[in-house]
Design a protein around this ligand. Structure first.
Ligand code: FAD
Length: 405
């Protein structure tokens, strides 16, 4: 029997094992992970790794020998296919099974696939794993030039920025009227649309994909209006589907991911869920039940569970933050803007260094800071405090945010 089995060797799974040992847990720990690499950082896959500014060995969350030293058993290249919550047993794709004391489900999500005609042609890529990224990089090295990116979320936009830098011609197709519509206000969307266009991306919003065309390999994307965007390769960045099949089949409650309470407990005894696959009432989004897809959330929920398993349980209340790098623009996000009713711009967008502050009923709930580290650092305190600053002062970028507490 293994005291704690962690399913998934991504950010959340790795951090859970790290935090368990940091908090003095001496029992047995195993991580069962589908990917063959020891835990590595995912964000660089659409940034520095993709741009070849970092090699893969610089992406490891801990040096590979760390896991042996900390006596964390790594069972990689295999996945959990079923869970028996009564017997406390997981079954693996290699046919073996293991008994657990506690189970931590940290499986993230699988890239959402297109379901249209042509979706199974070759040359269609996701950007979720090292393997995805290596395959795409291999094609770019092999001379692929015209690339269509479907989806204007952070991953699609970051990929478009890197590919443009690498000399590819990128067409970015977004179904919504603007990019980043799910996560940011219209001002930020318009800014990034302008930046991508200025860098040569053929960025189109409000377009639907009818099908992918090609014979064996993709040669183009057919749009709803019948026109065809030529493409030697296609990147699909339209979100993830939480990888929760086995746990839902075992009876865990959940619709959009696995439902967890404020201690990251699922509805099954001795089973926790954390990271991208976990759905919870988020304090910083007014209690909205949602999944939060960020390294911060994965790490902090992992630490929350590790503490609970070490006997110092406390509800999950961590502050949400996120970042995205595109061209020379460093975006840092503090808080969650969902439900805002007012935005205030600080600074001048044309200078490419500004912040957008999101308010709800006069209270600061989030900030998007572009090349504005100071606003990010000071602004997150406003969010944490639920500050209600004077709007004219807030809009004056020469007034430091720390003076508005
Ligand atoms: P993951 O890191 O996805 O790990 C889950 C692991 O579980 C995977 O290895 C998966 O293969 C495995 N698994 C799934 N099912 C099973 C099973 N049944 N059995 C065993 N193993 C299984 N976040 C930020 O905050 N900032 C960023 O800039 C940013 N950029 C990103 C760029 C890219 C390209 C991507 C893909 C993500 C980015 N994110 C970013 C999001 C961030 O990487 C995720 O929020 C984070 O990885 C979530 O961690 P996780 O452990 O929940 O899931």
């Amino acid at each position: 029997k293994t005291d704690i089995i962690i399913v998934g060797g991504g950010h959340a799974g790795a951090q859970c094992a790290i935090a368990l040992r940091q908090n003095g847990f001496t029992g047995s720990i195993a991580i069962i992970g589908r990917e063959s690499e020891p835990p590595y950082e995912r964000p660089p896959l659409s940034k520095e790794y993709f741009a070849r500014e970092k090699t893969f060995d610089r992406l490891y969350i801990r040096p590979p020998q760390f896991w042996d030293e900390k006596e964390v058993q790594m069972l990689l290249g295999r996945e959990v296919t079923s869970v028996d919550p009564v017997a406390h047993v997981v079954t693996l794709s290699d046919g073996t099974s293991r008994e657990y004391g506690h189970l931590v489900w940290a499986t993230g999500g699988d890239p959402r696939r297109l379901s249209c005609v042509g979706a199974d042609l070759s040359g269609i890529h996701a950007v979720r794993t090292r393997a995805d990224c290596d395959q795409l990089m291999g094609e770019v090295d092999g001379g692929v030039k015209n690339i269509a990116v479907i989806g204007g979320g952070y991953i699609g936009l970051e990929a478009a920025a890197v590919l443009t830098k690498l000399g590819c011609h990128v067409t970015l197709l977004e179904a919504a009227p603007r990019v980043l519509a799910r996560v940011a206000g219209p001002e930020l969307s318009a800014f990034y649309e302008g930046e991508h266009r200025a860098h040569g991306v053929d960025l189109r919003t409000g377009v639907t994909v009818d099908s992918l065309v090609g014979d064996g390999r993709v040669t183009g994307v057919k749009l709803g209006d019948g026109s065809i965007v030529p493409a030697d390769a296609v990147i699909v960045g339209i979100g993830i589907v939480p990888a929760v099949g086995p746990l839902i089949a075992a009876g865990a409650a959940g619709a959009n991911g696995i439902d967890i309470d404020e201690y990251c407990r699922t509805s099954l005894p001795d089973v926790f869920a954390i990271g991208d696959c976990a759905s919870f009432a988020c304090d910083y989004a007014g209690g909205t039940v949602m999944r939060v897809e960020s390294v911060q959330n994965a790490n902090d929920q992992a630490t929350c569970v590790a503490k609970a398993l070490c006997g110092t349980s406390a509800p999950y209340k961590a502050f949400p933050w996120f970042w995205s790098n595109q061209y020379d623009l460093k975006l840092q996000t503090a808080g969650i803007s969902l439900g805002y009713d007012q935005t205030v711009l600080r600074g001048d967008m044309a200078s490419r260094s500004f912040s957008i502050v999101y308010l709800q009923g006069g209270r600061v709930i989030a900030l998007d800071c572009v090349n504005m580290v100071k606003d990010y650092v000071q602004g997150r305190k406003l969010v944490e405090a639920g500050a209600t600053p004077d709007i004219a002062a807030l809009a004056d970028a020469s007034v430091p945010l720390k003076e508005l507490m």
